[in-house]
Design a protein around this ligand. Structure first.
Ligand SMILES: O=P(O)(O)OC[C@H]1O[C@H](O)[C@@H](O)[C@@H](O)[C@@H]1O
Length: 557
């Protein structure tokens, strides 16, 4: 089990603080590369899955690290019992201590034990393959057209209604694997309680040919249940008969009672279990919209790719372990350099939702300030995750990364092969040129002398211009090159970052698997909702909140 100890108590933590103060001036990328011609081969590792098209190269050589820093970071991981905590997760121990739950998204992509899967003892784990079979049969019947709507027509539109983990995973994966999707089966996602979200999607739907998936682990989330009720009302306005609901509404949930109370029969429910965290649930029944879009075999490939990365995480020595390396390098900046954020910059248009997805994955997991043993941390925990696809980001916010005052560690991701080699592959070559150029420029910058040479005689006339064109460099990045965006590769990439989050949480001693901060919001909004009817009901707030509610009450039509 994770020690739950404050991280500052580890010897390696103190050593890292010392190294940071004593070595910072020596950790200059230009010099580190000049003095070591093998730096790339020393600090890059390749993950290869058994499937030939799934491989990931992690180059972490452009980080402000040397052997001493890195070995101390690995010592930190050992002192924090990262290996034990990892094994506890795979064994089904209740590492989500506040909710007394196992954390077993790895079980969702685990093949049966006789086919090389991990042995995991936890109630529900032996039901995983039965639910996958249900997903397979159902998705195949919808995709083939044998599942018919209430007027006998096949389904041509799928609307997933869910929020948070019951939305972001399917949204990200359906976008990322659009290349493999069935184009005549449209997918929409409704998440926001803002009626606009549902209303705009319903304008695109036909009651006779639309399937609604109500995705909610708890089946109590206000946004999802309200959206689902409104979608059902819209459907019944046309379909009239309650019995038709069974052909157009299915549920993905752990809460069978609430699902039947909503009017969806258990035979139309795809189950999962309390040991699947919302932000780790795309591998579970929550992935039904993915299987519908890309087909069950591709969905299975996604699971297989994640499982391959799970095996790597479980068995590779820490020094060779990609999620561990990413986690430790991240901690170096987050806790010793004072970096506040981490950018995710995929040079692959299909991955444009990758950073959005890991905003929840990382920030809901590691946005905590109390350790498992209840102490307030006196160090930084989870970073702010942000980013967008390259090269769009270059024309938006890279200026600040290159020349601003903040240190922004960034991960660059790109495929070796594109799925769309248009114009003879020209686009992809340009894209990759940018992918190679940006980390290089960030690391090595541009000196005053280089700027002067570039400007020529103009330089001596305009000192301010010279200064404005200098790039200090020494900005750290990881570069991740994968072969091609297949379902298996995507599965492995997502699992890579999931396990990175796990390792960081273990070192910080926090519970990465609860989300008490989000729960509070749900309660607060429900209390105010009851008071919105009458001015006299508005009680118990500060003058600002009361004033705002009164203003709304006076002005609403
Ligand atoms: O699937 P549900 O139960 O509707 O929860 C949706 C989301 O609610 C909250 O925001 C959190 O608990 C998230 O982790 C969760 O993903």
């Amino acid at each position: 089990m994770s020690t739950g100890k404050p991280a500052t108590q580890y010897k390696a933590w103190k050593k890292l603080q010392e190294l940071h103060s004593s070595k910072q001036s020596q950790l200059v990328l230009k010099e580190l590369f000049n003095s070591d011609s093998k730096r790339f081969s020393t600090y890059s590792k390749e993950f290869k899955a058994s499937s030939p098209d799934v491989s990931i190269l992690l180059d972490y050589s452009k980080n402000l690290i040397d052997e001493e820093v890195l070995s101390t970071l690995f010592n930190l991981a050992r002192e924090a019992s990262v290996e034990l905590f990892r094994d506890d997760m795979f064994a089904g121990k209740h590492i989500n201590t506040s909710e007394d739950r196992a954390v077993l998204h790895v079980a969702l992509r685990n093949p049966p034990a006789d086919q090389g899967g991990f042995k995991i003892n936890e109630a529900g784990v032996d039901e995983v393959h039965g639910v996958l079979q249900h997903i397979k049969e159902f998705s195949e019947s919808v995709r083939s057209g044998s599942w018919k709507g209430y007027t006998g027509k096949p389904i041509d539109t799928v609307v997933n209604i869910g929020i948070g983990g019951s939305d972001l995973g399917p949204v990200m994966v359906c976008e990322a694997l659009k290349h493999y999707s069935k184009r005549d089966l449209k997918s929409y996602f409704v998440s926001n309680i803002d009626g606009t979200d549902l209303a705009e999607v319903l304008k695109l739907c036909n009651t006779e040919t639309t399937l609604f998936i109500v995705a909610s682990k708890t089946f109590t989330t206000q946004e999802t249940i309200t959206n689902a009720e409104s979608a059902k009302a819209w459907f019944l306005e046309k379909a009239k008969d309650q019995a038709h609901v069974a052909k157009h509404f299915v549920a993905l949930s752990t809460n069978a009672k609430a699902v039947t109370a909503f009017g969806i029969s258990e035979s139309n429910m795809f189950a999962f279990w309390d040991w699947v965290g919302g932000r780790y649930s795309l591998w579970s029944a929550i992935g039904l919209s993915i299987a519908l879009s890309i087909g069950y075999d591709n969905f299975q490939e996604l699971l297989n790719g994640a499982h391959e990365l799970d095996k790597h995480f479980k068995t590779a020595p820490l020094e060779e372990n990609l999620p561990v390396i990413l986690a430790l390098v991240g901690i170096w900046y987050n806790d010793f350099y004072g970096a506040q954020t981490q950018a995710l910059l995929p040079y692959d248009q299909y991955l444009k939702k990758f950073a959005d997805y890991f905003q929840q994955g990382d920030m809901e997991s590691n946005g905590k300030s109390v350790t498992k043993d209840g102490s307030r941390v006196d160090y930084e925990t989870g970073p702010i995750i942000w980013g967008q696809s390259g090269t769009n980001g270059q024309h938006a916010f890279y200026q600040l990364i290159h020349q601003g005052t903040k240190l922004i560690p960034a991960d660059f991701l790109a495929p070796v092969e594109t799925l769309n080699p248009i114009s003879g592959g020209k686009h992809h070559e340009i894209l990759l040129s940018n992918f190679f150029a940006q980390p290089e420029a960030l690391a090595f910058g541009k000196t005053e002398q280089e700027v002067r040479e570039e400007l020529g005689p103009e330089a001596s006339k305009n000192a301010a211009l010279v200064k404005s064109k200098i790039f200090e460099g020494n900005k750290p990045t990881n570069s991740i090159l994968f072969q091609k965006l297949t379902p298996g590769t995507l599965g492995a990439l997502v699992a890579l970052y999931e396990h990175k989050i796990h390792v960081q949480g273990a070192i910080w001693g926090i519970n990465s698997y609860d989300q008490m901060g989000v729960e509070l919001g749900k309660v607060l909004a429900k209390n105010i909702l009851k008071q919105l009817g009458n001015e006299t009901d508005v009680k118990g707030h500060d003058s600002s909140t009361t004033g705002l509610i009164h203003y709304y009450q006076k002005n609403r039509k």
